[in-house]
Ligand binder design. Structure first.
Ligand code: GDP
Ligand code: GDP
Length: 456
């Protein structure tokens, strides 16, 4: 996925600008972009609008990533920093602009980056910058020796050669894929409707399935404590895990509470997205909180439904105070969208479907490594990790997201034990505000970067 948001949508091609410090990457970035993609959020001091910008040439749109941003971030040796930036950008890019400084000639770091690019098998354009006048052209030809073909001579500062460079970029961009989000993931989205007895789970399932959609199949769930209903909506396939369905058929009587807890747990384990139903007219109960915690612990996507809204208001109008109170009681799901619904009146059902979709996509989605690193770099630069009693500090080198469902971000650091909880939350918040991650638990895993044991 090559978008700044976490989606499976057809990706905008990404062009990454790579090169050692001071060759003019930022200057070139500013030359190439046409408008900045605003992914600005409300974290003070975190300027995400520099991460990434849109460019357009000859009718083709693409995104440009300036990998220079970590330069002013957490310290590290030059070599490892450049390496980390390059690695991060390469994981994400459709095309690399390897920038060199024509005035300096080839330096060892140029060779090193060339080697990284070659191993990544990403198309690359060699750009010799700072060719401010025609007389400097000959200096640029030396870079042919890097084995990346003839360099394109440009002057980012004076705007020389930029049109030719853009032509070359557009010629090398991949064709826009026709892939749809559905094609990207064939597995149906498993949705579990859970909650304590009488909150309206059965009614909600009926309202959801009663809508105009194709029900493909209804089979008893594998664990015999839920009914799985397959349905399609907008070309996407879902399986609705209905824990209340069985009770409709065979009353469990007095043991309802116990069984419902067990059923809920099993349904959550099988789900991509859990829909936690609470009663809008009742205060959040212990049992609601227990189920909420299970959803959080299981790492599932989640939507909170405040059902029976018709009992608290004559229409689906917002009641911030009521929502906030429920949100507070369920605060370990503080990332969950919370919706007002009336199953019996059919209020909010469409929004519920849309929200389930967004959560499911984000839960399965992948955050581009390049943008992720820029964002973390900027967050760290804006607000440094606190030092411990001995004056030692956590250093964050780079991040990747090796896993989805739920998204797991691995941070490579000098010493994991130096991460204070408050700082972990700060970084998590920075990631959440930079990317669209509704209802998705985010796992932050700390790893010591190789070779750090000796230095830490
Ligand atoms: P980065 O570290 O690779 O992002 O490099 P910058 O874009 O910050 O540029 C480093 C220095 O090179 C700055 O002083 C720029 O003004 C200068 N520079 C960038 N492009 C050109 C150019 O085309 N010609 C000249 N003469 N200087 C340039
Ligand atoms: P479950 O035990 O969670 O499956 O709950 P049910 O769907 O069986 O609903 C329990 C009771 O709440 C029933 O009497 C429903 O008619 C009622 N109910 C469910 N949803 C709503 C709603 O949106 N508004 C109102 N007023 N009552 C509802």
């Amino acid at each position: 996925m090559k978008d700044h948001s976490v989606t499976s949508q057809p990706a905008t091609p990404v062009v990454a600008i790579l090169g050692r410090p001071n060759v003019g990457k930022s200057a070139l970035f500013n030359r190439l972009i046409s408008r900045r993609i605003a992914i600005v959020e409300d974290t003070p001091g975190v300027t995400r609008d520099r991460l990434y910008a849109a460019a357009e040439w000859g009718g083709r749109e693409f995104a440009v990533v300036d990998t220079g941003g970590l330069k002013t971030g957490p310290a590290g040796t030059l070599e490892t920093q450049v390496r980390a930036q390059a690695t991060a950008a390469l994981a994400d890019a459709d095309l690399v602009l390897l920038v060199v400084d024509a005035r300096d000639g080839i330096v060892p770091e140029d060779r090193e980056i060339t080697e990284l690019v070659r191993r990544a098998h990403v198309p690359v354009l060699l750009v010799a910058n700072k060719v401010d006048s025609p007389t400097k052209e000959t200096a640029a030809s030396e870079f042919f020796a890097l084995g990346l073909g003839d360099p394109l001579s440009v002057s980012a500062i004076h705007g020389r050669g930029i049109g030719d460079l853009l032509d070359a970029i557009v010629a090398l961009l991949p064709e826009v894929s026709e892939a749809t989000p559905e094609a990207a993931s064939d597995k149906p989205v498993a949705v579990a409707v859970v909650g304590r007895p009488n909150v309206g789970k059965s009614s909600l399932v009926n309202a959801m399935l009663g809508q105009d959609r194709v029900i493909v199949d209804a089979t008893p769930g594998t664990t015999r404590d839920a009914v799985d209903t397959f349905y399609e909506r907008g070309g996407r396939r879902y399986v609705l895990i209905d824990t209340a369905g069985l009770r409709r058929r065979a009353r469990v009587g007095a043991a309802v509470e116990v069984f419902s807890a067990v059923r809920a747990r099993r349904a959550i384990e099988r789900a991509d997205v859990a829909v936690l139903v609470v009663d809008a007219a009742d205060p959040v109960a212990d049992q609601d909180q227990r189920i909420a915690r299970e959803i959080a612990d299981a790492g599932r996507g989640v939507v909170i439904v405040m059902n029976k809204w018709d009992r608290v208001a004559p229409a689906l109008r917002p009641d911030r105070q009521r929502v906030r109170t429920a949100q507070h009681a369920l605060r370990f799901l503080d990332y969950a969208p919370i919706l007002a619904v009336s199953a019996t009146k059919g209020w909010g059902i469409e929004t519920l479907f849309e929200t389930i979709d967004r959560v499911a996509l984000a839960h399965r989605g992948h955050i581009g490594t390049g943008v992720l690193n820029r964002l973390i770099g900027e967050a760290v630069a804006a607000h440094e990790p606190p030092a411990d009693a001995g004056g030692r500090r956590l250093r964050v080198f780079y991040a990747t997201q090796p896993e989805t469902s739920p998204p797991t971000v691995v941070l490579f650091v000098n010493e994991p034990s130096r991460m204070p909880e408050s700082y972990r939350r700060y970084l998590e918040h920075a990631i959440r505000s930079g990317f669209d991650l509704p209802g998705v638990p985010l796992k932050l895993v700390l790893r010591r970067r190789r070779g750090e044991e000796a230095r830490a």
